[in-house]
Design a protein around this ligand. Sequence first.
Ligand code: UDP
Length: 243
Amino acid sequence: MGSSSEKPQLIIDGKRIDGRAFDELRPIEMEVGVLKNADGSAIVAFGNTRVLAAVYGPREVMPKHVALADRAVIRCRYRMLSFSAEERKSPAPSRREIELSKVIREALEPAIMSELFPRTTIDIFIEVLNADGGTRTTGITAAALALADAGVPMRDLVAGVAVGKVDGKLVLDINKVEDMYGEADMPVAAMPSLGRITLLQLNGVLTHEEFVEALALALKGIRKIYELQKEALRKKYVTTEEA
Ligand code: UDP
């Protein structure tokens, strides 16, 4: 995302441009089971970023020749809807969307017990309804909920968040302005219970010390997001008497 406009001041009086503390997540909303026709679905919002995930399967593979004898094929499509960004996004799949679809699939795959469903497919659709930074990590967080909602056996949930370096400070859960004008951004996803990182990307430059600190900050955020994911699942599946 290039921009010719002047860089705004990103830290003012020790607070971020939207008033948050450095280690503060945006207001988060999560709801599971929002689409009747999908096997599993979830909608997740981090501030103004809002993403819908739908899961279909395990189901018969079409076309048949892509089937695998020892596990399910996992397919993932990430898409930003035309109206999701300030500038209309062309509906044709962009290079970025194709790449993010792969990166998101790879972030989710380690959690899915695909070996239980040979010769089937699990299809994951991620639709960005409104984009304001962190759509890949929000997409991963939503897709993990949708997979769980579909009843797909999983080793753990997957939760994601991006850390950024803005005006020399490391900050959690960057929004679009911080992403655009910051010095670095680092999306991370992990299986929180297993302590396994499934996505780690870095755009920009961090020193070794900053990297270690940024990763710790991301994992701290991921643990909070994980608690909210479990709460969202409980809300749908556990009745008040059981809770
Ligand atoms: N963005 C946009 N149009 C695009 C691509 C990105 O408006 O075609 C915005 C959007 O708000 C997105 C942000 O730029 O969330 C950062 O994009 P990036 O590629 O870093 O991925 P993300 O942070 O969403 O995972």
